[in-house]
Write a protein that binds this ligand. Structure first.
Ligand code: FES
Length: 700
């Protein structure tokens, strides 16, 4: 391999996006080069490398190895032919043929097709050169595994390769000099551990070292030779599950996504019961902190295994969570969050060594924790705001993340408000007689025939409805084991739509219809959703207590939303985003029928995916995003639902289905709503009616 000149300044053009005016025209023996898609153009001398030309013209072209032909980050594709628009006629002779550096290149990114190493290919004539997205430093990241919106890569940690000089004394001195000379990085300090690593690898006789530079100012790690990958993990620490994304910090590629149960569940199903555990058990906070940190380590291990990485490659972490999770994984006392005024230990973003959280990563790894918004609104909601940016959209925007606590964000009129509401674990299948988590075998979709009262349903793990051929075979392995949160919402909404339950949520209440599926259950009635008959399995009932649990949960969420609408001075929301795993799976029409969310044009109610995880990943990949969300959080108006007298009034009204008084004109455009019945709504017996299914009452 041909060694590159020692001090060729082929730095990544992170900040140099302005072309040199002198290059806009040049001597006749210079060559005109146009880079696409940026459109940067200018003249460069004959035999200039493409990477050097890119640097001169302010083109965003990546490099880790500094032009030594070993990292493969600088790949470009020269294009040939007549380009009238650019006044260029380019042929194959206008670029040097592949030489030994490119032929010998065996890096992580194969040199496919007509791609060339920009640091090796030399310009010999006028050219149009395409810089693929994968070779751009600040490219937009688009990954289907997690929706990262339009985040632009701006990693807080980068890798740079530096040659070791013949004179190896005072390593920190020549390293900083080389970083200035070879990479244009001035005012860089070498942290003490990195200095020791540098001394060791230089003593071992290496010719090059790779350094990790954080915030453009500090060398935090050193390896001998080329190291072309630094990884990070974004984690959403939920009270039920902990989910993470393993990402390449330089490319934004999501290498693995995974999750694990939060082992703190054994100390309490919901957040307040965990705080109670700490209050009643001296040292309980240490147990809870240790449990969640163990789970984080096990998640890191799983992510590395499935992403083909090692923990030693993990150099950056971003963590988000609700306030109690946030305090527990940081080792803060959560008890002030258990009672008014719900005081946070800190509402600022936190940046600390990952080792302080007992996380097993590279010793130089740091953990960044997004700021909490208020005592009941956490860093996970900050991440949701970062991912969804409701404040940047017109109209009144509502974003709801439903878990054991519902986090609510409402924006409009230039303001952003946030609150949380204690929905409890009913939507996750707890407190429901046949409830279960969303695992294979759980009923997730329900439709009830308005004429016969007969149900049909679908279970997780199969696309076949229970009244379709092949259903029994499809569920033979999993069985029909219970009903998960999305199924519960649908069955309660369908019971009301089918006239089997009144608007007060009473199965078989006044004015409702009869059905063989309605069975006496002590002093109340239950609905038989599934009866295995002679087959294996057990009956799945929806009991009156189940309905009550769902009413309490949905009323808490609606009341929180309504409270924020009061504070914002609006009666209508224009768009609703449902975040989180639960939000991704619920039928938005039936969620509105139930009164979980306020009325809205059904076409403007949609899942926004795992927004907390996406926001955490954005903060992992972009220092700019970290600054942006810190600024946003400072401006958010916090509303404490527990301290607001009108919350209770809204809660009582919201117990009815869909609501005691609120109209649902938007929902009525999609589905014909029955009259409200039951004492609280002033409704009485209603006519037996045939409902015409609309397109939204679909098979899905
Ligand atoms: S800059 Fe590393 S291979 Fe070209």
């Amino acid at each position: 391999m041909t060694p590159a000149p020692r001090c060729v300044n082929v730095a990544v053009v992170a900040a140099a996006h302005r072309p040199d005016p002198e290059l806009m025209s040049g001597p006749v023996d210079d060559h005109l080069v146009v880079f696409t898609p940026s459109g940067h153009r200018g003249h460069v001398p004959d035999d200039t490398t493409v990477l050097d030309a890119a640097r001169r013209l302010g083109v965003d072209l990546d490099s880790v190895c500094g032009g030594r032909g070993i990292c493969g980050r600088c790949q470009v594709e020269p294009t040939f032919g007549e380009f009238a628009k650019h006044n260029i006629a380019a042929s194959g002779e206008h670029i040097s043929p592949r030489g030994p550096v490119e032929n010998d290149y065996r890096g992580r990114r194969p040199l496919l097709g007509d791609l060339r190493l920009g640091c090796s290919a030399r310009i010999r004539g006028d050219l149009v050169i395409d810089v693929p997205a994968t070779s751009q430093v600040h490219r937009q990241v688009i990954r289907k595994e997690v929706d990262l919106g339009d985040v632009q890569l701006d990693p807080v940690l980068v890798l740079r390769l530096v040659e070791v000089p013949d004179e190896r004394g005072r390593p920190a001195k020549w390293l900083t000099d080389s970083l200035a000379g070879q990479w244009g990085l001035t005012d860089v300090e070498v942290e003490s551990r990195a200095g020791e690593e540098l001394g060791q690898v230089v003593a071992a006789g290496v010719e090059t070292v790779t350094v990790a530079i954080r915030d453009g100012t500090r060398v935090v790690a050193v390896w001998g030779g080329l190291r072309d990958r630094a990884l990070g993990v974004a984690v959403d620490v939920g009270s039920t599950t902990i989910a993470g994304h393993l990402c390449d910090l330089a490319t934004g590629e999501v290498l693995a996504t995974g999750g694990t149960m939060n082992p703190q569940i054994r100390f309490g199903e919901d957040l307040m019961s965990r705080v109670s555990y700490v209050m009643m058990n001296p040292g309980g906070e240490v147990e809870l902190t240790s449990a969640v940190r163990d789970a984080l380590n096990s998640l890191l291990e799983d992510l590395c295994r499935s992403g083909g990485a090692s923990r030693e490659e993990l150099l950056e972490l971003v963590l988000v969570g609700n306030p109690i999770m946030h305090h527990l994984f940081l080792g803060y006392d959560p008890t002030p969050l258990g009672t008014a005024p719900f005081t946070l230990a800190t509402g600022e973003a936190i940046d600390l060594p990952a080792s302080d959280l007992d996380l097993e990563t590279h010793p130089a790894a740091r953990a960044h924790v997004l700021p909490c918004i208020a005592g009941h609104v956490g860093a996970d909601t900050a991440a949701v705001i970062l991912a969804t940016r409701p404040q940047e959209r017109a109209g009144v925007q509502l974003v709801v993340d439903v878990g054991t606590n519902a986090e609510i964000v409402l924006s409009g009129n230039g303001r952003v408000l946030a609150a949380s509401s204690p929905t409890g674990p009913a939507f996750e299948g707890a407190q429901v007689s046949s409830g279960q988590r969303a695992t294979p075998g759980a009923i997730e979709r329900v439709r009830i025939d308005t004429e016969t009262g007969e149900p049909r349903f679908r279970v997780i793990g199969s696309e076949i409805w229970s009244d379709e051929p092949g259903f029994d075979d499809a569920v033979a392995e999993t069985g029909i084991t219970g009903i998960c949160g999305s199924g519960i919402i649908e069955v309660v909404a369908e019971l009301w739509l089918a006239g089997l339950m009144d608007s007060d949520g009473v199965i078989g209440g006044a004015g409702t219809r009869t059905s063989p599926r309605i069975v006496a259950d002590g002093r109340t009635y239950s609905y038989v959703l599934h009866d295995p008959g002679t087959h294996d399995g057990h009956q799945i009932l929806v009991t009156q207590n189940d309905i009550r649990a769902i009413q309490l949960a949905k009323a808490a969420l609606y009341a929180g939303v309504r409270l924020l609408m009061d504070h914002l001075g609006v009666d209508q929301v224009d768009q609703i985003g449902l975040a989180g795993a639960f939000g991704s799976h619920i039928d938005t029409v039936r969620a509105t029928v139930l009164g979980l969310i306020p009325d809205c044009d059904p076409d403007r109610v949609a899942s926004v995916g795992n927004a907390a995880g996406a926001g955490a990943a954005m903060a992992l990949l972009s220092g700019t995003a970290r600054v942006e969300i810190q600024d946003s959080v400072r401006r958010i108006e916090k509303v404490e639902t527990a301290l607001e007298p009108s919350f209770q009034e809204h809660f009582v009204d919201a117990m009815a289905i869909p609501h005691r008084t609120a109209d649902y004109p938007g929902l009525s455009t999609r589905i014909e709503l029955p009259p409200r019945t039951g004492p609280s709504t002033g409704g009485g017996r209603r006519e037996r009616r045939r409902r015409t299914p609309t397109q939204s009452e679909d098979q899905q």
